[in-house]
Design a protein around this ligand. Sequence first.
Ligand code: ATP
Length: 302
Amino acid sequence: LIAFLLYLFYLVAPIGQLVEGAVQLQNGLAALKRIREIEDLPGEPDGQAVAVGQAGGDPVGLRFEDVVFRYGEDRAAVHDGVSFEVPPGGLTALVGPSGAGKSTVFALIERFYEHQEGLITVGGVDIRDWPLADLRAALGYVEQDAPVLAGTLRENLLFAAPEATEEDLRGALTRTRLDDLVARLPEGLETPVGHRGVLLSGGERQRVAIARALLRKPRLLLLDEATSQLDAVNELRLREVIAEVATETTVLVIAHRLSTVTNADRIVVMESGGVRAVGTHAELVGSDDLYRELAATQFLVS
Ligand code: ATP
């Protein structure tokens, strides 16, 4: 194509136009190169990544190895050599002071941003080698303040997994302890919720978001725990749900509740863009000053 364009220019363009054309061509080539670079980003699926993508519902582990990330070239590093490992299955909690880089861990796993140095693997495979659609399909993400959309509860649950069966739906409702909510609603699953519908409490909204994520059968669930104050029943429900979900898939939770960290199989303590300590609640309370302080001040009691 380039040779053909040059040939055309030589044939028809007067000298002035030729120079102008050459400049445009150069600009065009630079743009083409940039597009190629962008296209190269997700990488061609290698054999291993495809195998991971097709392996069905087994939980996958996660590893950060010396990850360095800054939000802009001239910005300070938010992650400055972050390393930790999450084995497949079970509950891992991420804790740390505000600004330590916990949410950024989620953003990098989802590949909303590209880390500059180091390695992140999901299921043992470099996330840059996962086809992006497969990676995102393998991940579930539950936001801190998950939105409830206008529409019925059923629509809210199914919009991300329209192919889910009635049995899948019932299973997700049971696992998230939402069956009693459904029983209480005037029209059950067909009750309009959210704006102009029945308002759900913070705890119920988060359980709806977990059920919605479970319907997509995630192999690694990223959960940013609700910070809203919950009544005792909702608190207990959320704790049970997180514990149960962690028996079927890998759960990495940004934890705000004491009950979540005490239940976690391991806790990763982040501070100023690095990992300060890893352990169970009992171990960390005994060994880490910052963790003790967080446990006393930051975690919501109960
Ligand atoms: P918190 O507990 O308050 O949510 P955190 O530990 O989750 O904090 P991050 O949200 O990962 O921390 O933020 C780490 C640092 O990166 C902060 O200094 C924050 O201001 C900055 N940051 C986060 N998101 C962006 C962004 N999109 N663009 C630029 N800087 C950002």
